[in-house]
Design a protein around this ligand. Structure first.
Ligand SMILES: [Zn+2]
Length: 498
């Protein structure tokens, strides 16, 4: 049966080369790696719905690879095109692609509207390949077995444990662990990009489970998906992620105990965290753990610089990075909360996650989840509709919370010291008060002279120019955005800023 699978894939591969000379097959499905020790661990995970072993065809990722054919199993092949290629500070090569076609047993699906829920991320680090493929929110991961082989895993996201209830921090003036307070501050500019430094501290238990050879790929994937969340949510945040492995063992402590220890100065984990945070100039700190009782835990903060400085901590079980739990816990630090039906948000009444179960399969944003739903790596927002359906409501608007508080998070260790202003309280960028007909680009084909659209990338309103220019207003696609209001090279030909 396994040999048969390998033959089938090779035939598809040859056909693909003849019909499209640019497409490269990333790997061939092959079961010869089944004796690898790490495979047994992956097979034993409850989240592993299906696992296929494959032998790599390409060993280097670069920007010469424009198209990739990526088999998930013998019945499912993903066609992806390069969006961006970068080499990170941590010596990882990141190939980011959009999905253009999925071939499922001969049935071709090629209507993919966005790269928010449908994307391919491949990372080459320490000569190993790590990857994540999302097809409309359904997640498949690529885990390295050795330098030549990978496991392709169909994830059952419903088998991840829940995240723990976020922690309410005490209303005290001082906190056990905080960086020095005499740092210079930068003036707040709502249009500026927030430079947020993240430190991930990995426990020795988690490090052993991830595996030394796979660790660089793991951290790179965590960093990439965190940055992707900001892009998906149109948030002006640039993350810099650094990491360190500690030799302070978990010794069976649960995540509550580890989180408490991390922010207590007379504790060795607290001393380590405080020292490393200052050294890395990290605004937020997350502990990567092996304990699997919950997916993660984070402090729920009020968005003030004071809170970020004293309580900007969270934990994540390394396995749950595949379910964006690391992003979820940073979300609590920013002030975001879960589901408005079951929870309260003490600080931001509009700060809840969003779920849409009116479609099949349903989906949720990163701060919540629902049975059988795909979790999309973005914060809720009524202004964003990557699939044509709004990803939030007035009260389910965690994007607004993060946009209010991100500048204070960035000020724990300012990137560019010098200015005198210290905005202690979050600043609400607000929403435009003018009327508009559509949130760009929804309803694109109906735009006429006088149509007003809200551009969610800058919260400004634009009005379509009269004839003979109105036709430009309807001309937009991700590949040809020249008339995109406020951003396309030729937008003033089509639009008037209101
Ligand atoms: Zn949570």
């Amino acid at each position: 049966m396994q040999a048969y699978k390998a033959i089938v894939i090779l035939i598809i591969s040859l056909f693909s080369f003849s019909s499209n000379s640019y497409a490269v097959y990333l790997y061939n499905i092959d079961d010869e790696g089944s004796s690898v020790e790490s495979l047994k661990i992956l097979l034993g995970e409850p989240t592993t719905q299906e696992l296929v072993v494959a032998k790599l065809n390409i060993y280097q990722l670069n920007n010469e690879i424009k198209k990739l054919e990526i088999p998930i199993n013998t019945n499912l092949v993903v066609s992806s095109e390069l969006i961006s290629f970068e080499t990170t500070d941590a010596q990882a090569a990141v190939w980011q692609g959009r999905i253009v076609k999925v071939n499922k047993g001969g049935y071709i699906d090629n209507v993919f509207q966005n790269s928010v829920d449908s994307f391919v991320t491949l990372i080459r680090a320490d000569n190993r390949l790590t990857g994540m493929i999302s097809i409309r929110g359904k997640i498949y991961t690529i885990k390295p077995l050795d330098e030549y082989r990978v496991a392709i895993i169909t994830l059952d996201s419903s088998k991840f444990p829940d995240e723990g209830e976020p922690i309410n921090v005490p209303d005290t003036e001082t906190s056990p662990v905080a960086p020095p307070t005499d740092l210079a501050q930068t003036p707040f500019n709502p249009n500026a990009t927030s430079e947020i430094n993240i430190l991930m501290i990995t426990t020795p238990e988690a490090f052993n489970q991830i595996g030394e050879a796979n660790y660089r790929g793991f951290i790179s994937m965590a960093a990439k998906t965190l940055q992707q969340n900001a892009l998906n949510t149109n948030l002006r945040i640039r993350y810099t992620v650094s990491d360190i492995v500690t030799n302070i063992a978990e010794r069976g402590r649960n995540q509550h105990q580890l989180l408490a220890a991390m922010q207590t100065p007379n504790n060795e984990l607290g001393q380590f965290a405080a020292y490393q945070r200052n050294r890395a100039r990290a605004d937020l700190v997350q502990l990567v753990v092996a304990y699997n009782g919950v997916c993660g835990l984070g402090n729920h903060l009020d968005g003030s610089l004071h809170h970020f400085r004293y309580w900007g901590f969270s934990t994540v079980w390394h396995r749950c990075v595949d379910n964006f739990t690391h992003v979820h816990e940073f979300g609590h630090n920013y002030g975001a909360m879960h589901d408005r039906n079951t929870e309260q948000n003490r600080f931001f009444p509009w700060g809840f996650g969003f779920r849409d179960t009116a479609v099949v399969p349903g989906f949720s944003t990163v701060m919540t989840s629902c049975n059988g739903c795909s979790r999309i790596n973005m914060f809720s927002s009524p202004l964003l509709a990557p699939n044509g359906r709004p990803m939030g409501t007035t009260m389910e608007d965690n994007r607004r919370v993060v946009d209010q508080t991100r500048h204070n998070a960035a000020l724990v260790f300012p990137k560019d010291p010098g200015g005198p202003v210290d905005p202690e309280y979050p600043v609400d960028p607000g929403y435009p008060t003018g009327n508009y007909d559509h949130v760009f680009p929804s309803g694109l084909s109906t735009y006429r002279a006088g149509t007003r659209v809200l551009q969610p990338r800058n919260n400004l309103i634009y009005e379509c120019r009269p004839f003979p220019n109105e036709g430009f207003c309807r001309q937009w696609s991700p590949a040809s955005p020249q008339f995109e209001p406020g951003f396309g090279a030729s937008w003033p030909q089509a639009w008037i800023l209101r």
